[in-house]
Design a protein around this ligand. Sequence first.
Ligand code: F6R
Length: 601
Amino acid sequence: MCGIVGYTGINQVAQPILKGLKKLEYRGYDSSGIYINNGSSDILVKATGGVDDLRDVIEKQKKDLTGTAGIAHTRWATHGGVNVDNAHPHMSEDGRFYLVHNGVIENFQELKEQYLQDVNFHSETDSEVAVQLIDKFVKDGFSTFDSIRMMISKLDGESAYSFLIMDRKEPDLIFVAKNKSPMLVGLSDEGNVVASDAIGVLDITHDFIELHDGEIAVVDKNKVDLFDKNGKQIQRESFHVDIDASDTDKGIYPYYMLKEIDEQAIVARNLSEYYFDNNDQIQNIDPNIIKAMNDADRFYIIAAGTSWHAGLVGKRFFEQWANKPVEVFISSEFAFDQPKLSEKPFFIFLTQSGETADSREALIKIKEQGYPTLTLSNVMNSTLTREADFALPLMAGPEIAVASTKAYTAQIIAQSILAHAIGNSKMNIREELANIAVYMQSIIDSKEIFQKIANDALKNQRSAFYIGRGLDADVSYEAALKLKEISYIQTEGFAAGELKHGTISLIENKTPVFAFITQSKTAGLVRGNISETAARGAKTIIISSEKNAKSGDAYVLPQIPEIFMALLSVIPAQLIAYYATIDRGLNVDRPRNLAKSVTVQ
Ligand code: F6R
C-alpha cells in the first residue's frame, strides 16, 4: 500500500517517475505527489487523487519538473485525512529535506512531543515526523546519513516503514530505508531507481537489489551503497525480475479486473506446465518441501482476505488427498491469538503479493518458534517468499486490479498440485487442469449472461447474499467479498444452513440471493434453503453444476470433479461483481478506501 518511485539518473526523470507511479497507483490512490530535486525547493507538487490528477495540477500550476533526480508517492491514507497537505512528499520546515513514506510510525505522537515541539507541522501525518526529525538532527550537527539512522532508531520497533529521502544539498542522492514495508533498488546504465514494487520501473530495469529490514541504501546515479542496521557497508547480489513490462498494461481491456478474469484459463495452463513434466510427473517442487510436509502431523494455512478464502478450498485437497488434518486461519487473528498447535505443524502461507503485513506478522511469530514454513505467492522475491523456509510460485502474472481474481484460482490450483505431490489424488491432475482451463474459457466467453444477471438482480439493490454448503460455502465467501468490495452492495457470504438461524430476517422483497449448488451431498439441502428465502420474497439466482442442475437455474457449470468446482463457480461471481460495478458507474479497479498489497496491520 502506497506506491513509491524514486529515480536518480543521467537524463530527465519526471516523466519516467510519473509513468512508474501510475503503474503503482493500485497500491493507493487517495492522493499523490512528486518532488524533483535540482537544488531548488519549489519543484514539489501534490494533489488529491491519482497520478492523472497530479499531472493536471502540474499543468495548471505550470510547474517545470526539470531535473535528474526525484521521488514520488501515491498514498493510501492511514494517519490524517485525504488532502494536499497530508499527501507526500513531506518537507522539513526549512525546505531542505523531502521524504516519502510507506508504513505506519506507531509512536509518532510521542516523538513529536519529545523532539519537535517547536516545529510547525504542515500535515497530520505520522510521516512528517520522520522528515522533521532528520532536519532536527542535521541542525544538531550530524550528517544526513547519520541523522536518518538516528531518526530510525527513535521509531517504535513495531513501526513499519520504507522511506525515500532527498537532501537539497546532495541533489543526486536518494536515501532509502526500510523495515517491514517492501522496497527494491533497481539498477540501470542510465541511473538507478527505487520502487515499492518492481512493476513500477520495469520500463527502466529488470535488475534489482532487495533491501532487508533495518538496512539503508544510498542510491546515486552511478552506484548504490548498502548498509546494514549497524551502519556497516555490505554487498548484495542483484536479482533479475522476469516479468514483461507489457504484462502490466491493460491492453484492449477497459479494466485490469476484466483482463485478469479472462487470464484464468491461461494461468491454469501455466501452473500445469510449470509443475508437471511431459510424463505427468511433478517437477519444480523441492523434495525438501515434500519431505517436510510428509513429516508434519497437521497443516496450518495462514492467509488474509481472498487468499484466506482460497485456503478454505485448499484445505480439502490436503485432507482428502494427503490425509493430513488442516486448519485455516486469518493471518491477523493467528498472529495475536495463536491456537494450541499440534506436535509437528507445517505452515502454508498463501499470499498473492507476498507483502501482506498481517501474514508477515504471523510468519515472524511462527519462525520464532522454529516451525517449517512455505509461502505460495504470485511474487517470488517478495518478503514472505524470502522469509519462509520454502516458496513456490503461483504463475498468475502481475495482478493489478485491487479485487483479486486470477490469484484466487491460481492459489487453489497450486494447493491441489501440492496436495497431489505429497499425497495421492488418484487423478491425472494435468489432464484435469487441461479440461478445467477449457471450461473456464467457456464460462468467461459467456460474459453477456452474467452481465444480464447483474443487471436484472443487482441494479438497484443495497444488499445481497451468496449461499452454499461445504465447498460451495467457501466460494460464497469469496463471491460476496468480490461483489461488496467493488460495487459497495452490502453482501454476505453464508453457509446456507446458517441462514435460518438468524440472518434470514434480513430477506426482503426482491433481495438477491445467489446460491451455488455444485456439491451432490448437499444439493437438496441448499435447494431447500433457497426455497426458504424465495418464500420470503427473495429473488433467487442458482448457479449449479451439470450433475446437480434443475430447470430454472440461472447458469449451469460444466461438470468436473466436485473438489475442483470452486475453480469454475467463482468465475460467474467475479463477472457478476464486475458488471454490477460497471452498472453503478464505479471504477472497478480502484474501489474506495482500498489498495492492493496491504502492508499495514
Ligand atoms: C480482495 C483481495 C484481498 C487480498 C488480501 C490478502 O479481492 O485482494 O482480500 O486477498 O488483502 O492479500 P495477499 O494475497 O496479497 O496476501
